[in-house]
Each structure stands twice: as C-alpha cells, then as structure tokens.
Ligand binder design. Structure first.
Ligand code: TYD
Ligand code: MG
Length: 456
C-alpha cells in the first residue's frame, strides 16, 4: 500500500492530507510543506534490523542507566543524575534567557574527560562564542566550536571528531538536505531533530538541542519536538531579574520533579544554593501587603514573598495586575475575600507580585496570597516572623496541601517562628515553632498586627 503523503503548515503545524494554498487552521497563505520521511526510514532502509525480542519487565533494567556527570551544579539533578549516553535532550526557553551560556558551561564541565565536546553554532560566530567563553573563564582545547547550519555537515564532523557530547545551538538554524523549506520551519525542525536522534542513538553520544520558544510558549512553531526527544529541559526567568529556573518538563530517564535555580551574573550562571534565603534577602518585614508563602517547587520547599497593593480605582473596570500568580486564581481569591469576609475589592485596583520573578503553580500559595491581599486591604501588617501555606476553597475554607513537615522545617530553618497552615496538615508537624491552624480565610484577620494601622 502506498503511504499517504502529509503536509504541515509551517506557521501553525496543522497537518493535512493534501496540499492547499491556504492553511485551513490558521489561514496563512502558501505555508504548507510536505512532511519529510518518517525518522529513521530513509537513511537506514538497507540495514534491516533483527526482529525485537520480548523481555520480562523485571529483568529489563537490572543495571542502572550509565550517566555522564555534567555541570554547572544543579543541571545533573534536573537531568536525573547526568546525561544519558545516546539521549536526545531539548533545552527550550525564550531568546536571551541564558541557554547558550548554560550549555557552554556544561561543555566546559565535561572537559576533564578525554573526548572533546562539539558546540555547533548556527547563530553566533566562533568569535562571538569565544568572547563569551572568555567572560565565563572557559579556555579549553576540548570545547570545539563549529559554525555550521547543515545537519549532514555536522554529522560528518561528529564522525571525525568523536565527541563525548554534541550541543546544537539552535535547532531552528539547522537545515536537512532534501527538505525544501526555510530553516526553522516545521518540516526542517522535524527532519533535523530526527537526524540528530539517529546519530545520538547509533553512536551513543548525547546530543543537546537548543530550541527557542516564542512568546506564546511554542518551540519551533508547535511543540513539535517534545514527543521526539528523551528529555525536555525548560529554562525560565523574568527579563530584568537575575533568577533563572531550570526544570525538566519531560524525562524518560528520571523524574520531572527536580528544579535548579541559578542567578545570571557577569560571569555566567551561578547555582543558588539556598534559594529561600536568596529570595527573601530584600524583604521589608512588617510592611502591610507582604506575606511569606511556603511553597513547593520541584521536590523542595521554597519560601517566597508575596506582595499585594490595593488602591481606589479611577477606572470603570478596576485593574487586576498579577505577576507570578495566575489571573484566574487571583480573581477567585478576590471573590472569596469579598463574599466571605466582606472586603470590597470591587472598586479598587489590585496588584499582586511574587518576588524574584517566580510563578509557583501550586495551590499551597493561596493562603499567603489571600493574607497579602487582606493585609494590604486593611493596611495592617502580618507578623514579620509569620509564614503561610494552604489552599483556599470557594467557601473560604482552608484546605490541606500536604508536605507540611518539610514546609514547616524549611520555614523554621530560616527563622520563621509562626506558621499558619491548614488545620488538617497540622498532624505530625513538630519543629518547635508556633503553629497557627487555619480553617477559614476569616482566621487570617486574627493574624494581623496593629503596627501599621493608620499608615498611608
Ligand atoms: P544567552 O546564553 O545568549 O541566551 P540564549 O542563548 O538563551 O538566547 O544569554 C543571554 C543573556 O545573558 C545576555 O543578554 C547577556 C546575559 N549574560 C550575562 O548576564 N552574563 C554572562 O556571563 C553571559 C554569558 C550572558
Ligand atoms: Mg543563544
């Protein structure tokens, strides 16, 4: 049976079975391109593989996956213990976030091994990369720079150089022979990634692809590569903030729970060893509208400051500005506070900010956001030694979120002596601190001090 041809829109990635002048999904003209042959089929057709043997699940993983340790500190952990030989890794993030910097530091960390690391740069000249390397204090003979955009050209070099690891910066600049659309188009990115996957698997060499994410969060148009690669690392951060978060959003060789924090300094990415302390450094304890949340990022508890500000609005529909808190979550909390506590936010502008550029997506943040809002509204501060966690339900009830012992331990270690937590999470917590079990958002009112009354 003849295999049906497929076409992809190079703008939105929509798949169709016949060519059309205009994409039916996004409406772009002349954007459809023929899909390249499925990965592996073209190049290796002659080399027929022996049929696969079934193996019992109990015996298939008797030995642990070998790992190549890499730096900077934290990257290993996010990878699940280092790079797996033969794996294809995608590092995605917005332009300028620090992907090239991270991978250059990674390449340098591998230099003690006797094989080189090949850094393919389709975006920057070797001179530009070398200047950056100098700033990072990297002067290694074993980090080889290759200015090349032809995937086949890179694959030839890999065969010659036999590197311990290959970095491709970025996948959007590479082209594969026989695909007649522009670099960065859906069909090119797909074909390029399939070729690198083949190289990684056949040689046992890990290949790390850089993928730029556009503002709406898509790698190379649609999230094309995510299902193809073994590991997806995502680098995030706010422009203008030093903090960079690195996490795995997919990992065939480990969990996706680990998170590494770095600070972008003049000499590259520095691991942040005590993130909670680092994040609370500039805090003005005792100011109305400030609350400390004990959240969980990855597998570790993390303390972050939530700030809220509310003023009488001049607008018909008052402003709600949320940084680090989902707008929908903020709307819900405002509705709960209005309905259950009678706090009239309806004619007020509300601003909420999670300090440091973090955006924790975890229900345990609710109580601290609610506390910051109540404190801002009443213009009365929360006790400086107070930290909070808990989910807030639509009835105003405070719901358990789990991991309470770890959260309380982290808060206690940073000197917080009073912890407001869901009543349900109180059992088993014994850290020598004052626990303030909360059942209802109304309980927050009893936590407010008088120190700030009448200010402003
Ligand atoms: P870069 O790694 O080029 O980002 P990406 O590859 O994700 O596009 O880094 C981008 C920014 O980082 C750049 O604007 C300058 C800054 N930077 C530093 O602050 N310190 C450094 O040591 C380096 C190398 C870059
Ligand atoms: Mg770059």
């Amino acid at each position: 049976m003849k295999e049906a041809r497929r076409f992809f829109c190079t703008e939105c990635g929509n798949e169709t079975s016949k060519w059309m002048g205009r994409c039916p999904a996004c409406g772009a003209w002349n954007s459809l391109a023929a899909a390249p042959a499925a990965p592996g089929k073209g190049a290796r057709k002659g080399a027929a593989r022996p049929p696969a043997e079934p193996v019992p699940v109990s015996g298939a993983a008797t030995r642990p996956e070998p790992r190549i340790p890499v730096g900077p500190e934290g990257l290993d952990r996010v990878l699940g213990g280092g790079l797996v030989p033969g794996s294809l890794v995608l590092l995605s993030g917005e332009p300028g976030i620090g992907k090239s910097t991270l991978l250059l530091q990674m390449a340098a960390s591998l230099q003690e091994r006797d094989r080189p690391v090949l850094v393919v740069s389709g975006e920057e000249s070797p001179r530009q990369v070398a200047l950056r390397a100098r700033r990072l204090g990297i002067a290694s003979e074993r980090v080889l720079l290759l200015p090349e955009t032809s995937t086949e050209g890179v694959i030839d070099r890999i065969a010659q150089v036999d590197p311990a690891c290959v970095v491709v910066d970025s996948v959007q600049t590479m082209t594969a022979a026989g695909v007649d659309s522009a670099a960065g188009s859906v069909s090119q990115v797909r074909a390029v990634a399939a070729l690198f996957q083949e190289v990684a698997k056949s040689r046992g060499t890990p290949v790390v692809l850089v993928g730029h994410v556009t503002k709406d969060g898509q790698v190379a148009g649609p999230k094309l590569l995510e299902h193809l690669v073994d590991v997806v690392l995502t680098m995030e951060g706010e422009p203008g903030h030093e903090l960079r978060l690195l996490r795995a959003t997919k990992n065939r060789f480990g969990t996706v729970a680990e998170l590494a924090l770095f600070s972008m300094t003049g000499s590259g990415l520095e691991p942040v060893r005590n993130p909670s302390a680092w994040l609370l450094e500039d805090r003005q304890a005792g100011a109305p509208g400030s609350a400390v949340a004990v959240t969980v990022e990855g597998t570790a508890p993390l303390l972050v400051e939530v700030q809220a500000l509310t003023v009488a609005s001049q607008l018909a529909s008052p402003r709600r500005v949320a940084r680090g808190v989902e707008p929908g979550r903020l709307a819900l909390l405002l509705a709960v506070l209005e309905r259950r506590l009678g706090l009239g936010f309806g004619d007020r502008d509300v601003f909420v900010n999670v300090v440091g550029g973090l955006a924790p997506r975890e229900p345990g943040m609710d109580l601290a956001v609610a506390a910051a809002l109540v404190s801002a509204f009443m213009d009365r501060p929360l006790p400086p030694s107070l930290a909070l966690f808990g989910e807030v339900g639509l009835l105003g009830e405070v719901r358990g979120v789990g991991r309470a012992p770890e959260r309380v331990r982290e808060a206690a270690a940073l000197g917080f002596g009073r912890i407001a937590l869901p009543a349900r999470d109180r059992d088993g917590v014994n850290e020598g601190v004052v626990l303030l079990p909360q059942r209802h958002v109304g309980d927050l009112l009893t936590l407010l001090g008088d120190d700030g009354a009448g200010i402003g």
